[in-house]
Design a protein around this ligand. Structure first.
Ligand code: NAP
Ligand code: HSE
Length: 428
């Protein structure tokens, strides 16, 4: 560590929501944290930033990356590039890197980890998953003697807020999204959150740390929440469930399966009651059993808490060099969805007349899927249509997809509105 007058030198890439809060923590006169902030990279030097000294701002990345006084580079710019290149350059120059950037890590984690190991520095990224929840530290440190068997998590606050609002008030997805945007929880372009890219990036990072699995984002099954209707929340409730966007990674005999999709969660389990923008992570270790972590997954304070935790551990010499991402090295396969066995909720709009149920049941029977219950809701006499909700017994994913494609072609089915997997809680 190249200490300046006993202080650890810091270069900051980005001074937006998270970066500005990081500056305020570093410069807090009461903190006595022995950190010296030498330069801050931004795009727009004229922008007003509360508590950020304008004389430290620069639009030239070299002012931060090539400053010999900097021992640690904090990257809170976001996005894939140029963040990846800047982090690679910092690691190659022998500087520790702390980042909150899940996209760059999910896509380039192996490359950045190798650079950290080769250069004898650390790459730390607690803030990239679960905001302020110290989930990575728990996996890397506290549970290091455990074999992690499964992870189940709500790791996107925006979608959890939208689904909670829909459940509480019966509003549509579109109205709940608009409300989340007005409150500043959802971005103007909500794609990364509602189409579950953000949750996939976070699960990719968790899977690498917990299982040693190289689960790149394109290997993770991804479904967002755009297709969840107010009716799904209402019918799920009638059946004793709520709907959550879950990120799940589970180790099995053939490897680790990673998936992010909406799921029916029994209304009486803790995960069903994680509401609003909160995040929660449920880990299952072979020695410990289940562990539950819940907290604020985003926002300036929680995210800066995680960033600064990493920074201070490096400054105090508490982190070994290299990234612990490479420590669980048995590198299991990442398996696809075909052999997943779960129960399914299937919502159809179909003709409301004799013989319809028999035709639909025939499709399930042909696909060797056993039906557990059938409920009819909201029959529409004028249009001669009804909503049918079919719950299955545990079935193979590939069989369910085959049945779904045949159901869509049936003349008595107006539309297959939704197919949602059930997350059962007798299996952890
Ligand atoms: P933000 O408010 O958009 O801030 C980004 C900052 O980076 C801005 O200061 C911006 O400069 C600067 N920047 C971006 N691209 C740049 C470039 N090419 N060159 C120079 N400067 C550049 O983002 P944020 O919300 O703080 O998020 C930062 C990171 O933390 C992201 O990786 C995000 O995923 C992660 N994160 C955020 C939260 C949260 O609650 N916000 C939670 C967890 C993780 P200007 O200010 O001049 O535009
Ligand atoms: N957009 C993320 C969320 C926060 O809604 O949880 C940053 O990780």
């Amino acid at each position: 560590m190249n200490r300046q007058n006993g202080a650890t030198g810091i270069g900051l890439l980005g001074a937006g929501v998270v970066g500005s809060q990081v500056v305020r923590v570093i410069l807090d006169p009461d903190a006595n944290n022995q950190l010296s902030l030498n330069g801050i990279l931004v795009r727009d030097i004229e922008r007003q930033r509360d508590g950020v000294p304008s004389e430290l701002l620069s639009t030239d990345p070299e002012m931060v990356l090539s400053d010999d006084r900097n021992d640690i580079i904090i990257e809170v710019m976001g996005g894939e590039e140029p963040a990846r290149s800047y982090m690679a350059a910092a690691l190659s120059a022998g500087k520790h890197v702390v980042t909150a950037n899940k996209e760059a890590l999910a896509k380039h984690g192996d490359e950045l980890t190798n650079l950290a190991v080769q250069n004898g520095v650390s790459l730390s990224f607690e803030a990239s998953v679960g905001g302020g929840i110290p989930v990575l530290a728990v996996i890397q440190d506290s549970l290091t003697a455990n074999r992690i068997e499964s992870i189940r998590a709500i790791i996107n606050g925006t979608t959890n807020y939208i689904l909670s609002s829909m459940d509480e008030s019966g509003m549509s997805f579109e109205d709940a999204l608009s409300e989340a945007q007005e409150l500043g929880y959802a971005e103007a372009d909500p794609t990364a959150d509602v189409d579950a890219h953000d949750a996939v990036y976070k699960l990719s990072i968790l899977a690498r740390l917990a299982f040693g699995a190289s689960a790149s984002p394109d290997m993770i099954h991804r479904e967002g929440i755009r297709n969840i209707g107010a009716k799904d929340l209402r019918y799920a409730r009638a059946l004793g469930f709520t709907v959550k966007l879950l990120a799940i990674a589970r180790a099995g005999p053939d490897g680790v399966r990673c998936r992010v999709h909406p799921a029916l969660v029994p209304a009486d389990v803790p995960m069903a009651n994680v509401n609003g923008v909160l995040n929660a992570v449920e880990l299952n270790g072979d020695l410990l059993g289940p562990l539950w972590l819940q907290g604020r997954g985003a926002g300036a304070g929680p995210t800066a808490s995680a960033v600064m935790g990493d920074v201070l551990r490096i400054a105090k010499g508490m982190l070994s060099n290299g990234s612990k991402a490479s420590e669980r090295t048995n590198a299991p396969n990442v398996v696809d969805m075909d052999d997943l066995q779960v129960r399914y909720y299937v919502r159809l709009t179909c003709l409301d007349r004799f013989g319809v149920l028999a035709k639909i049941a025939g499709v399930f029977g042909d696909a060797t899927i056993s039906i557990a219950s059938v409920l009819q809701f909201d029959a529409d006499d004028e249009r001669g249509l009804a909503d049918l909700v079919i719950m299955t017994h545990p079935s193979r994913e590939a069989s369910m997809q085959e049945a779904a494609s045949r159901l869509r072609q049936l003349d008595v089915v107006a539309s297959l509105e939704n197919l949602i997997r059930v997350e059962d809680y007798d299996t952890v």
